[in-house]
Write a protein that binds this ligand. Sequence first.
Ligand code: ZN
Length: 273
Amino acid sequence: MNRQCTLRESVCVEGIGVHTGKPCRVTLRPADENVGIVFHVSGQQIPALAEYVVSTDRCTTLGVDGVRVMTVEHLLSAMAGVGLDNAYIDVDGEEIPVLDGSAKPWAECFYRVGLREQCAERQRIHLTRPVSVMAGDRGIWAMPHAERLLIATVHYDHPLVGTQVAWFPLDKINYLEEIAPARTFGFWEEVQPLLARGKARGGSLDNALVIFPDRYSTPLRFPDEVLRHKVLDIIGDLALVGAQVEALFVAVKPSHTLNTAFALVLRQTIQGE
Ligand SMILES: [Zn+2]
């Protein structure tokens, strides 16, 4: 039986926000079964569900009544990746710490603290019809399938990156080894405009892979690290569905805007059935 899990005990993680550049701290606490993932920010509860997405400009931001929490996707990806269903996340600051720009420190933290199996069974939803969201040359599709499989492809007009495609059996992959280490990336020519817009103030070569015209800022952790980070982001954004959906997913040039719109449509579809 596939049971829900929470943390064995509370854990505190500190760092800086990649977009605000400000110190931030989160305390993750165990939660009862069927609670799901719930952020606590400035006295406000914000469930990690697609209807609470308020912005997808460079990161996924959740909010309720003007209270926001930015850059939730890598934390949520790690939780989904290790099978952590229920937790409260107390946020001190307005952004989740970026750490090394990947989900590895989060996943390692959860394994270090340990997971506690709960009585309730993990919710798995059988999709009964295809669901898709498309925007220009981008799109995500989900088709009924007994296993959770993800085929993803990205294309960048850059000689080092180009087109990357791979498939991942989401129920069988070793998330900690195969997905979690893939870092946030940015193209060198994007960095200056972001700084001008007040974004990526906490960004540095320590927490992002910068892609220069002819080289990477540091050695790659995977030959297709760019694609794998996109998969990491998809896993985090799809956690906003609030349940595991059994489907074959195909993602073409995914983005936070596309991923979270898709999570909302998927959530509405399974609620309407
Ligand atoms: Zn990301």
